[in-house]
Design a protein around this ligand. Structure first.
Ligand SMILES: [Zn+2]
Ligand SMILES: [Zn+2]
Length: 153
């Protein structure tokens, strides 16, 4: 569980970054980002829609998708393709970067790793084929440390 002071701090940082970039961080965008950040793990668009319906936002799916697209473009969240779900960026800053995700098959935990060496290696491998990558999110499935530990003991 993320504590709410941390989430408020990240929302304020997102607002400042949007202002710096000259894009609007509307109340709905802030609200949706807050929902992603307070979620226990990755959330699907429909999961978010459900949560929004519990509030005054009577959001339709296209509204949620547009809002998620905005948050993705701003680098505030990532999309975990494997799970078709969204997760807040651990970096917290408004910039896009190549991320790697460790997805636990046992407990479903998703951990973000931002290793520039991995991103560079992928870029070089693509360049060797004359390929220009636009987006490279690497998703690694396996067993997290906590689950591996509980099996060992
Ligand atoms: Zn990130
Ligand atoms: Zn696990």
């Amino acid at each position: 569980m993320k504590d709410s002071a941390d989430v408020t701090c990240r929302l304020d940082a997102a607002a400042a970054a949007c202002q710096r970039d000259g894009v609007r961080f509307t109340e709905l965008r802030r609200h949706v980002l807050g929902l992603v950040l307070t979620a226990e793990g990755p959330v699907t668009a429909y999961g978010l829609l459900d949560r929004l319906r519990g509030t005054r936002w009577n959001a339709a799916p296209p509204t949620v998708y547009r809002t998620l697209d905005f948050l993705l473009q701003q680098g505030l969240i990532h999309r975990v393709e494997r799970l078709n779900a969204f997760i807040g960026c651990d970096e917290g800053a408004s910039h896009t970067h190549a991320a790697q995700f460790l997805i636990c098959n046992t407990c479903g935990a998703v951990d973000e790793v931002d290793n520039p060496a991995v991103a560079n290696a992928v870029g070089l491998a693509a360049a060797a084929k004359g390929f220009t990558p636009a987006h490279a999110t690497i998703e690694i499935e396996g067993t997290c440390a906590a689950c591996a530990g509980s099996v060992a003991h």
